[in-house]
Design a protein around this ligand. Structure first.
Ligand code: ACO
Length: 356
């Protein structure tokens, strides 16, 4: 048997490929998209412009307002009050866009499939949420129209911009689990929709994309304890003593402040000072309780409350993350699809001795 190379648990610190999409510099508290500071872009640019920058080096449109409406085959799944769940709906959307393996497509054809998925995902999320086909309004921006389709009303420009800031910040973030998953599937030559569906499934785990709603539950728990005259620090010490982690703190890569949390704190303070005050109190208490450990507030401490302040329902937080991260997945899928090697690692067998 060929000798296996042992790597750290979770592949931490193991570089498995090269990418031009972006990088996270954990010790510096900095991340970038194709060399440009992601937080600077989130302050100054539109979601559409940043998506175009991230998707590929050509920089052409990545989100096409004309492709926001659901394809007829997908819309048909909502007939008669029926509605697929989002996981199935993403699969349907991918299949409607094209099931020819990416390995058989030209780079331009793969890119077109990626743009079609990115463009229609907001409409798909809103339609699944309302259990009926929602019609987009292409004259609105990607973020503003998503918010309108979910809430049913056109938001004030500053609220739409707050959500857009979050969506820009969440487009890509190094070799996170869902991006890696999407790349593994892309390495097999599968179609772009299959790769995106796989990335979404990886995102739905609470260790990755599905922690935001739990953080709001934590705020509720802290608020309830405060109402009883307790303080946040005592509550947090109790959580740690019970062997639980403080949600919204710590990060696999950042060893200092998560730059996304800094910008989102600013945005939340401007959008909703009362909600910001709650998070700031939890942050202050958490930093004290975790003092001496390299566990700082992460993006989701503030993003959870910001999405709530924007009027998005809690069950849609992970889906909203996907509306943004689909751009990063597609950028990585296009990059991986151009590589000839399938990603196929190994495992140590530790079961009963094999019988030949
Ligand atoms: N509260 C208390 N202790 C923690 C926390 C936390 N939030 N995070 C990590 N630790 C502890 C671990 O128990 C471990 O302690 P040990 O060395 O005594 O065993 C040590 O810090 C290192 O923990 P790891 O699991 O190695 O940290 P890792 O970097 O792999 O995990 C993670 C990162 C999953 C984000 C973790 O910090 C965590 O669970 N945080 C809470 C959940 C959360 O906020 N998730 C959102 C992350 S942001 C995002 O993914 C978009």
């Amino acid at each position: 048997m060929a000798e296996l190379i042992e790597v750290p648990a979770g592949l931490n610190g193991v570089a498995v490929t090269a990418t031009k999409v972006g990088d996270v510099l954990g010790d510096e508290g900095f991340y970038h998209y194709r060399g440009r500071s992601a937080t600077d872009l989130a302050r100054t640019s539109s979601f559409e412009d940043v998506a175009a920058l991230v998707l590929d080096e050509a920089g052409g449109p990545a989100a096409d307002p004309a492709a926001r409406a659901l394809p007829a085959e997908v819309a048909a799944a909502f007939n008669g009050g029926r509605a697929p769940d989002l996981r199935s709906a993403i699969s349907l959307l991918g299949a409607a866009i094209g099931t020819r393996p990416a390995i058989d497509l030209s780079p331009a054809e793969r890119r077109a499939d990626a743009v079609a998925l990115i463009s229609a995902l907001p409409t798909l999320v809103a339609s699944v949420h309302h259990r009926q086909v929602i019609e987009p309004r292409p004259e609105l921006g990607h973020a503003a129209d998503y918010l309108r389709m979910v809430t049913g009303v056109e938001a004030a420009p500053e609220v739409a911009r707050a959500l857009e800031t979050y969506l820009i910040l969440a487009i890509d973030h190094g070799f996170n689990s869902s991006t890696f998953t999407a790349r593994v599937v892309a390495s097999t030559g599968a179609d772009v929709g299959a790769c995106v569906a796989a990335g979404f499934c990886a995102l739905t785990g609470p260790r990755h994309g599905a922690v935001q709603t739990r953080i709001l539950d934590m705020f509720d728990a802290v608020a309830a304890r405060l109402a009883q005259g307790d303080d946040a620090e005592t509550w947090m010490k109790g959580e740690l003593a019970a062997g639980r982690r403080l949600l919204g703190f710590g990060h696999a890569v950042y060893r200092t402040t998560d730059p996304r949390s800094v910008l989102l704190a600013e945005v939340l303070a401007a959008a909703d000072p009362a909600r910001h005050a709650i998070v700031a109190a939890v942050e202050e208490a958490g930093v004290k309780v975790l003092a001496g450990r390299r566990l700082r507030p992460n993006v989701d401490l503030y993003s959870s409350m910001l999405l709530d302040a924007c009027g998005l329902p809690r069950p849609l937080f992970t889906a909203t993350f996907a509306v943004s991260r689909v751009v990063g997945w597609c950028a990585h899928i296009l990059e991986q699809a151009a590589e000839p090697k399938v990603i196929r690692p190994a495992a140590y067998y530790i079961g009963p001795p094999p019988r030949h």
